[in-house]
Every structure is written in C-alpha cells, then in structure tokens.
Design a protein around this ligand. Structure first.
Ligand SMILES: [Zn+2]
Length: 286
C-alpha cells in the first residue's frame, strides 16, 4: 500500500468542441452546436462531491456564456484565462500575446465580475518568455507545464530559477506553476490526467494506472473539456479522418460517471480537492 495522496486539482479548459486543434480550418462554429452550456450536470456532480474546480476560459466563451461564468463563481469555482482565441502560443509573437492576454483577461473579468489571476496556454504551448510576460501582467499562477515526450505539440516548459516545494508545484517568488502529470511507464509518458486517454481507458484500467502513479506522487492534476462532459451529438465535418473522428468521440458517453469514480478514488486515497487559486493561498503565497 503506497502512502496517502495530498492534493488533487481538477481543471477544465472552458472552450467549445470546435476549438480542438484538429478541427481547426473546418466550418464547425457555423453549425451553431455548442457544448459549453451543457455542463450543468457536471456542475451538479461537483457540488454533490464537494469539489471546487479551476476553469480556464477562452475569452469568447466568457462573452457568449456570461451567465454560466457568474454561476461558476457563485458555486465557489475559480475562473482563469485560456487565451483570446485558442490559437497556439507558439504561433504568436510576444507583443501580440501580451496585447491579446490583457484583452482576454478584461473580457473574462467583465463576465465573471471577479479578478482573473490564473492562466493556461492553449494545447499547453506555454514558452518561458510568455510565462514571464503573464507574471508582468499580474497573473499569479499558470498551469501549462506537461511532460509528454512523444507529443510534438507539448513542450517541456523551461522553469529555470523556480523552486519545487511540492510534487507538481513550482514557485518563483509568489508565482506558482502547476504541472499536469503523466505516468512514466516503460520509457513512455502516459497522459492519464486528461484528454483522449482518460476517455478511452475503462475505469478498472485507470485505477491500476492511478495506483502506479500514486506510488511516486502525492499530488494529481486532472484536465477535461466541456465536450468530454456531455454526450451531445457533435456535427463533425465531412472528410475528417477515422482516427481524428475517434479522438473526438471515444468514451464521451459515460465519461462523467467515470470522472466521478476517479474523484472518489482520489478522495479515498487521501487527496483533497481545491482550486489552484486556493492552493496558492494555502501555500502562503497570496
Ligand atoms: Zn484548450
């Protein structure tokens, strides 16, 4: 039996299904189909489990769903920034990124009626100069670091000069970076913390993988997206490859139930769920 876990952070990238990188270039937005307004079952499940979540919101989503954003704040969740348009940070100049991030934050704060202090880069494409820039802008935490050697999109963010006071937590002064973990197995990084694998793996397998993870870690971060929290039909464009279709659709039905089981498993193992904002405060950094 491995030692108990300490913290679990459930995070949601609050974006539409058409923001997925592999659907870019298709006219998905024009279909009018939206999944963000369908996350209320998820919110009720969180209330039932007593779990508070960090939502990283794309600015246009906040504009379209201001009522929902206020509801998130009312239920005790934290709202951070997930960019102006969900384009990859690696395709933006530093100047463009700074201007857009300031604009995105203002739009999300207007919807939330609360300050926005956290950031997550689209597809985890954070780079060091942009991390330094969001600190300059007054953000106090970020969660864009992921170790995932096989995936070309996900870089390993350079955190030179940061301390590592706890598992998955990096600090420099009062700024915090929260890592999204992968399970290192046979030289591969298995992304058990979110995305397609979390949907693909049955719970019995996830439980085994989480057990292996818990042998070496005491904290865990999960990331999910609204389209993974509802089984509502997505009008995927014609001409999409089979593999991409599978990536979009696999495991959506039943995913909410599975997520509840993961939450219970982590809680049973001693992990306490909180928002990243609350965690940073508890570390005495606010
Ligand atoms: Zn995203």
């Amino acid at each position: 039996m491995s030692k108990p876990m300490k913290h679990a952070w459930l995070t949601v990238d609050l974006e539409e299904w058409y923001h997925l990188d592999y659907l870019k270039g298709y006219p998905c937005r024009e279909t009018g189909v939206r999944v963000v307004p369908l996350i209320y079952d998820f919110l009720d499940m969180l209330d039932e489990q007593g779990v508070k979540v960090t939502f990283f919101c794309v600015a246009e989503i906040a504009q379209e769903n201001a009522g929902l954003i206020r509801e998130l704040i009312r239920r005790g969740h934290a709202v951070g920034c997930h960019g102006l348009d969900h384009e990859l940070l690696t395709e933006k100049s530093l100047e463009q990124f700074i201007a857009e991030t300031a604009e995105a934050r203002a739009l999300i704060e207007a919807a939330a009626g609360a300050p926005v202090t956290g950031y997550r880069a689209s597809c985890f494409t954070m780079e060091r100069d942009k991390l330094d820039a969001i600190r300059e802008l007054g953000f106090t935490y970020d969660s864009s670091k992921i170790r995932f050697a096989q995936h070309p999109l996900y870089r390993n963010l350079d955190l030179a000069g940061f301390d590592r006071p706890a598992d998955l937590v990096y600090t420099d002064g009062d700024f915090c970076e929260y890592e999204i973990p992968t399970l290192e197995l046979f030289g591969y990084s298995i992304p058990i913390s979110g995305g397609g694998y979390l949907r693909l793996f049955p719970f019995w397998l996830l439980r085994i993988l989480l057990g292996l993870y818990a042998r070496k870690h005491e904290n865990f971060t999960i990331y999910v997206h609204p389209f993974e929290l509802t089984a509502a039909k997505l009008p995927l464009p014609e001409g999409l490859g089979r593999a991409t279709k599978l990536r979009c659709l696999v495991g959506r039905r039943g995913n909410l139930k599975k997520l509840r089981k993961v939450i219970r498993w982590l809680t049973k193992r001693g992990a306490r769920f909180s928002t990243l904002e609350a965690d940073r405060r508890e570390r005495g950094l606010a």
